[in-house]
Design a protein around this ligand. Structure first.
Ligand code: THU
Length: 128
């Protein structure tokens, strides 16, 4: 199964009763293991979390901190652009050249990278 297929499959478990916009994310970590996430909304709207955040949390909970590849998918008119906060979260664990595939359930695909998604990201190196 490809990373996009894994993201598409887990997307079915997204909890998005308020936006009705289900998102799935799959991260291949340094070990090769794949971690999955979905958006989890809340009646208190700001408490909702993104699919990317869920996948990152699963990866870190498993003891891994290096992202090797990412896929995100939604039923959208264009490959779903990660929100600003998720771009920062991806940059925390993914090097600039890490490949990110943005996908739609309608068949569109866009290949990008962590650095393209967040040029000039603030990182720990800025606190040296
Ligand atoms: N969402 C994600 O989970 N990831 C993205 O990359 C874009 C947006 C979610 C958040 C919210 O539950 C819904 O999509 C609508 O914004």
């Amino acid at each position: 199964m490809t990373l996009v297929e894994a993201a598409a499959q887990v997307r079915g478990n997204a909890y998005a009763p308020y936006s009705n916009f289900k998102v799935g994310a799959a991260i291949r970590a340094g070990s090769g293991q794949v971690y999955l996430g979905v958006n989890v909304e809340n009646a208190a709207y700001p408490e909702g979390t993104c699919a990317e955040a869920g996948a990152i949390a699963a990866m870190v909970a498993a003891g891994e901190t290096r992202i090797a590849e990412v896929a995100v998918i939604a039923d959208a008119p264009r490959p779903v652009p990660p929100c600003g906060g998720c771009r920062q979260k991806l940059a925390e664990f993914g090097a600039g050249d890490v490949r990110v595939t943005l996908a739609t359930t309608r068949g569109a695909r866009q290949e990008t990278t962590v650095a393209e998604l967040l040029p000039g990201a603030f990182t720990d190196r800025d606190m040296a």
